[in-house]
Design a protein around this ligand. Structure first.
Ligand SMILES: [Zn+2]
Ligand SMILES: [Zn+2]
Length: 774
């Protein structure tokens, strides 16, 4: 298609924009990157080279050789390069050489998703290394096969959940495998963040401890998207010091990146009469159709499964007016497809039979689709790592490609399309984990003690003083008993089954289809009132259900299949109390910024029904119990002097703080790898614990997941971005793109958009002149 394909495709898309609209906020041409290959290292025997050659690798890229060389030399390594840069070879090479050289050596591969694990297992099988016996071991592995895997497999592909529940508690049965464990591969390690990431960090420490018991000290090889300071992130996750390899030697075509903001619509109005933008999904469907007409192989990323279906449908409808045959070349792809359906769709897309695919982020991980002509993103995918991973699907060497980022109705998206440098010139954010969170550490140490008694020595590896404090608590609770040789688990049953490493612990609420008795999934008890309250629309694998009954005592939500045209969002009343202050900084003489522990008491009091256009149908009241979450929060106080400086009379203070709170929650994901559903906020014109007007932003998980801590550390850039995002939105008095929140407990009232800008500006001024944050 030629070098300026990206620009040509963009011109085509722009020619379809109605006159008078200018959705384009920025265009940037990213240059082509040439390939840097390297010869096979001497330590790779001919047989292994031949295996890779059979799979199409004739000559490796320089970064693959560099990373593999570190691992082969016994150094823990993280390879952090772009999408489709061949990170797999960096670990396959040392593992293949080790398994070939020593007929008893073993290796363990871990990935966050089953789909990726299956892909990587297929690749290992294809290498056809004599005696390597690669095998999968996850929840789907039949019991009859599991014995064989434990006894004979030498290259085991699994996930953290199975390592936690299946391998470590029964390590005696894995003794042969663990004794010869040479490599541990942790793929897509940037995906381990928040509470899940903190659990996985401790799980890897448990694995090392158990392996050492059998005399093994495996080398860790981690693979990551390009992130800032990958060595530090990988070392924090794995608990071992890692060398980083970041110079990407794989070739990449030039790309044109366009930032796109859908126009405000005059004819519709949303909550409290706020203006509504044309939806990112509808805009994406139109762009997708235009690109398919041009014959461009295009992948559109849409946040929800239903959104992906609707986008594909919208594009097909637009195309059927032009050419019925083209309409048949667009499809939707989502999680929940059977593996064979998924592979058939991928094959049709790879060979060009399909031209346009609308997908959820399910496709984001690992699946080998790259070299496309265009990628369209309907909404920011949450992190820069995901943004570049999705954008990385576009572009072949020697050929240009187009990437369009379409902003959704959301303050973070608004900020990004108006601040291109924040997307295009920033290093990808470090993943946030907190392995010292006592709510994570306590169950993890209980599991560790049940695997092998804990000794003072091993507590050092689990967080030192933090671990000691948690162990003291476990002893006081009677879960552990101190003996001369260490701390022992006292229970008859192992604690593993009760520890949910992906959630916040506690009994899960089961979501069950009433007619069939089929269990669709589970939700955290903490979020059940908000996600599966009566009347809630619940999506599962692309199908839509409506909740009939929520029984919190039995841990059960009963649903029936139904696909109403609206979505639901809960309305909550929230109260917050300060339990302790860990850190405090002054903002001049009239404000302060604090980090500490809080108790958040919330009650879901109703829900809103909303059409896909954003239009609100009605609000339905609910009667559900209160629940309390103890967690960490960052908060700031502003006293009367500062409010006067901002020009805010008392009557405007609640609306100004509330609007500033919403936007700050929307922008924190730019600084901490969370999404806005991982965090919450409370604002009040007078808080009893602080004695001043206060805005709180808190973690959504018990004990915190590190997000509030990140907010405190990056307070000035965070609130500066918040102020700028609000100021950049051209709506008159607040809309979802700036200060309205889809999860507001108060129905987005009161909100004072200019007041929020004024109070944030005054606070930042005070910090700049008199504060110690400057
Ligand atoms: Zn707005
Ligand atoms: Zn609110």
């Amino acid at each position: 298609m030629g070098e300026n394909t990206g620009r040509r495709l963009l011109d085509r898309v722009l020619s379809g924009v109605p006159s008078g609209e200018n959705p384009l906020t920025h265009v940037r041409d990213l240059p082509e990157r040439p390939a840097v290959s390297a010869p096979w290292p001497d330590w790779v025997p001919d047989g292994v080279r031949a295996s890779f050659a059979r799979c199409g690798v004739r000559r490796p890229w320089a970064h693959q050789v560099e990373a593999a060389g570190h691992a082969h030399a016994g150094r823990h390594v993280v390879v952090a390069t772009g999408t489709a840069s061949g990170k797999s070879l960096a670990y396959q090479l040392p593992v293949a050489v080790a398994l070939t050289a020593d007929p008893r050596a073993t290796a363990l591969y871990l990935a966050p998703t089953k789909a990726l694990t299956a892909d990587q297992l297929r690749a290992a099988v294809a290498l056809d290394l004599p005696g390597a016996r690669p095998a999968g071991y996850d929840g789907d592995t039949p019991m009859s096969e599991r014995d064989w895997v434990r006894a004979h497999a030498r290259w085991v592909f699994t996930n953290p959940d199975m390592l936690h529940r299946g391998v470590l508690p029964a390590h005696g049965r894995w003794a042969g495998f663990l004794r010869r464990l040479t490599y541990v591969v942790v793929d897509e390690c940037h995906g381990y963040r928040g509470v899940f990431g903190s659990h996985v960090a401790l799980l890897l420490r448990r694995l090392r401890r158990v392996a050492r018991r059998y005399g093994a000290d495996p080398v860790f090889v981690l693979a990551s998207a390009t992130v800032s300071d990958p060595a530090a992130s990988a070392s924090r996750l794995s608990g071992v010091d890692c060398v980083a390899v970041t110079a990407d030697g794989s070739p990449r075509g030039g790309r044109t990146v366009a930032l796109w903001e859908p126009p405000l619509l005059a004819e519709l109005s949303g909550e409290n009469g706020a203006p509504v933008r044309r939806s990112a999904g509808a805009e994406t469907a139109r762009i997708l159709a235009d690109l398919v007409v041009e014959g461009a192989r295009t992948l559109a990323f849409v946040r929800s499964r239903r959104g992906a279906e609707l986008t594909a449908l919208g594009a097909r409808r637009a195309l059927s007016e032009v050419d019925g045959v083209l309409a048949g070349r667009v499809a939707a792809y989502r999680a929940g497809f059977l593996p064979e359906d998924r592979r058939a769709l991928e094959a049709a897309f790879a060979c060009g039979e399909l031209l346009g695919v609308a997908s959820t982020n399910a496709l984001e991980l690992g699946v080998d689709i790259a070299g496309l002509d265009a990628v369209v993103m309907a909404g920011y995918p949450g992190t820069l790592a995901s943004f570049w991973q999705q954008a990385g699907r576009a572009g072949r060497a020697g050929d240009g490609a187009l990437v369009v980022f379409v902003a959704r109705d959301d303050p973070l998206d608004t900020y990004l399309v108006h601040h291109p440098a924040a997307v295009l010139d920033k290093p990808v954010e470090a993943t946030v984990i907190d392995p010292t969170n006592p709510y994570v550490l306590a169950p993890q140490l209980a599991c560790a003690a049940a695997e092998l008694p804990l000794t003072p020595d091993c507590l050092a590896g689990f967080g030192g003083v933090h671990a000691e404090a948690v162990v003291t608590g476990l002893v006081a609770d009677g879960a552990l008993r101190k003996r001369p040789t260490g701390w022992f688990w006292t229970g008859r049953d192992r604690p593993h089954a009760g520890v949910d490493i992906r959630g916040s612990g506690g009994e899960q609420v089961a979501v069950v289809e009433a007619d069939s008795g089929r269990m669709l999934g589970t939700v955290n008890p903490g979020s059940a009132c908000a996600t599966v309250h009566p009347g809630a629309v619940y999506l599962h694998q692309g199908a839509s259900y409506v909740v009939d009954e929520l029984d919190l005592e039995r841990g059960l939500a009963l649903v029936h299949e139904e696909d109403p045209e609206w979505t639901t969002s809960p309305r909550e009343v929230v109260d917050i109390a300060v339990l302790s202050v860990a850190e405090r900084r002054r903002a001049g003489s009239s404000g302060s910024v604090c980090l500490g522990e809080v108790a958040v008491t919330a009650q879901v009091v109703g829900y809103l029904r909303r059409l896909p256009s954003g239009e609100v149908l009605d609000q339905v009241p609910l009667d559900l119990p209160e629940r309390t979450l103890e967690t960490r929060a960052v908060w700031y106080t502003v006293d009367e002097g500062l409010l006067r400086a901002a020009g805010l009379p008392p009557a405007r203070v609640p609306g100004a703080l509330h609007a500033a709170e919403h936007a700050a929650i929307g922008l924190l994901p730019l600084f901490a790898t969370c999404d806005r559903w991982d965090i919450g906020g409370v604002s009040t014109a007078l808080h009893p614990d602080t004695g001043a007007a206060t805005v709180f932003v808190h973690d959504g998980h018990p004990g915190g997941a590190g997000f509030a801590d990140r907010g405190f550390a990056a307070f000035v850039p965070w609130l500066t971005a918040t102020r700028d995002a609000i100021a950049a939105c051209e709506c008159p008095s607040g809309c979802p793109s700036c200060v309205q929140s889809p999860k507001c407990g108060n129905g987005n009232e009161p909100l004072d958009k200019p007041g929020a800008v004024a109070v944030l500006a005054a606070l930042l001024d005070a910090l700049d002149s008199g504060g110690d944050l400057a």
